[in-house]
Write a protein that binds this ligand. Structure first.
Ligand code: TXA
Ligand code: MG
Length: 316
């Protein structure tokens, strides 16, 4: 990917203004939270979110956590319920992420939700994160600010060691206090632990007055990975298609005359930004048979091909 000069910003008014300007322009800013440094982008901007995956070199589209400045903003993006309210009251701001049904559909980029219909949200407890999020005034999607497969960064220097030249800026707010990622609880059904983290399971269970289900419980909702792999358009997909048969709807890439085109100019970041939206559009068009152009297997092409292979896999 293209090299950029990564700025190191101070956590004062001037630095935070630069950080929010970059976010508004669709750029990537790493910022400190109490758990680990996040790699932030405007969660409503498809291309900005696609850049997160490109910078991290993620080989698949894992859904991302949306960070908000304060608890009152949360209900603009997800549908809260009793268990979620109880956990939010007790642990936000803090190292807890809640997964809930997303509302309203269409605000948050589908690259953040991986097209799942649920959204992970967190209100971090860090003065620099809070100040930046409040000044930005919108939802910021942020995975940990490390290249895919490497350990999470707890200092600005760790962020630079992994991502220098691949992101626009890092706000240096010193070392993170907690040092492990947030605990993730899904409140879509009965509260279920998806990832252990900064808030202890005992504290969560004491607050709820009931044990958390575990991902592997037969009663638990399906885990994010499995859910993601179940998301597919209704039509049957044929991959690596250099042309479409008359009965097929063509999802193209590059300079082809397709019904929908992920990126007429052959740009993988643009293609990633369009992917989930176009899969949904194919359903809206009622496409029963779908031909998909070959996607180059480098950079974001890996994640796009992973998602397309899952969408094309035989179904039960
Ligand atoms: O402490 C943290 O949580 C840090 C800081 C930056 O906030 N963030 C972080 O993000 O660890 P990340 O992307 O490294 O991990 C997010 C996890 C992924 O494992 C993903 O599968 C899960 O959250 N997740 C996100 N959205 C989800 C959803 N809608 N349903 C289930 N799981 C979800
Ligand atoms: Mg991570």
């Amino acid at each position: 990917m293209k090299q950029t000069k990564t700025k190191i910003l101070s956590p004062d008014a001037h630095g935070l203004r630069e950080a929010t300007d970059i976010l508004r322009a669709g750029g990537l800013v790493s910022f400190p939270t109490e758990t680990v440094y996040g790699l932030g982008a405007d969660a409503r901007d498809d291309v900005a979110v696609a850049k997160i995956y490109a910078a991290k070199g993620r080989p698949c589209f894992n859904p991302l956590i949306v960070h908000l400045a304060d608890v009152s903003a949360v209900s603009q993006y997800v549908q809260m319920n009793d268990a979620a309210k109880r956990l939010a009251d007790a642990f936000w701001p803090g190292a807890l992420t809640l997964v809930l049904p997303v509302v309203p559909v269409g605000t948050i980029s589908m690259l953040v939700t991986a097209g799942l219909g649920t959204l992970a949200v967190r209100v971090p407890d860090h003065p620099v994160a809070t100040a930046m999020l409040a000044a930005f005034g919108g939802p910021v999607a942020a995975p940990s600010a490390n290249p895919s497969g490497r350990i999470s960064p707890t200092k600005a220097a760790h962020v630079l060691a992994g991502l220098d030249g691949r992101i626009d800026a890092v706000v240096d707010g010193g070392p993170c206090g907690v040092g492990v990622e947030s605990t993730i609880v899904s409140c879509v059904g009965a509260p279920t632990l998806l990832r252990a983290g900064g808030i202890s399971i005992e504290a969560l269970e004491a607050c709820l007055g009931a044990p958390l289900l575990r991902d592997e419980d037969p009663d638990a909702p399906v885990s994010p990975g499995q859910l993601a792999s179940h998301y597919a358009p209704n039509g049957l997909m044929r991959l690596n298609a250099s042309y479409a048969e008359p009965h097929e709807t063509w999802l193209g890439f590059g300079g082809v005359n397709a019904d929908l085109n992920l990126s007429p100019s052959g740009d993988l970041t643009e293609a990633a930004a369009n992917l989930f939206g176009m899969l949904h559009q194919l359903d809206a068009l009622g496409a029963k048979y779908i031909a998909v152009s070959p996607i180059p297997a480098h950079g974001l092409g890996q994640a796009i091909n992973d998602r397309l292979r899952r969408a094309a896999a035989p179904r039960d």
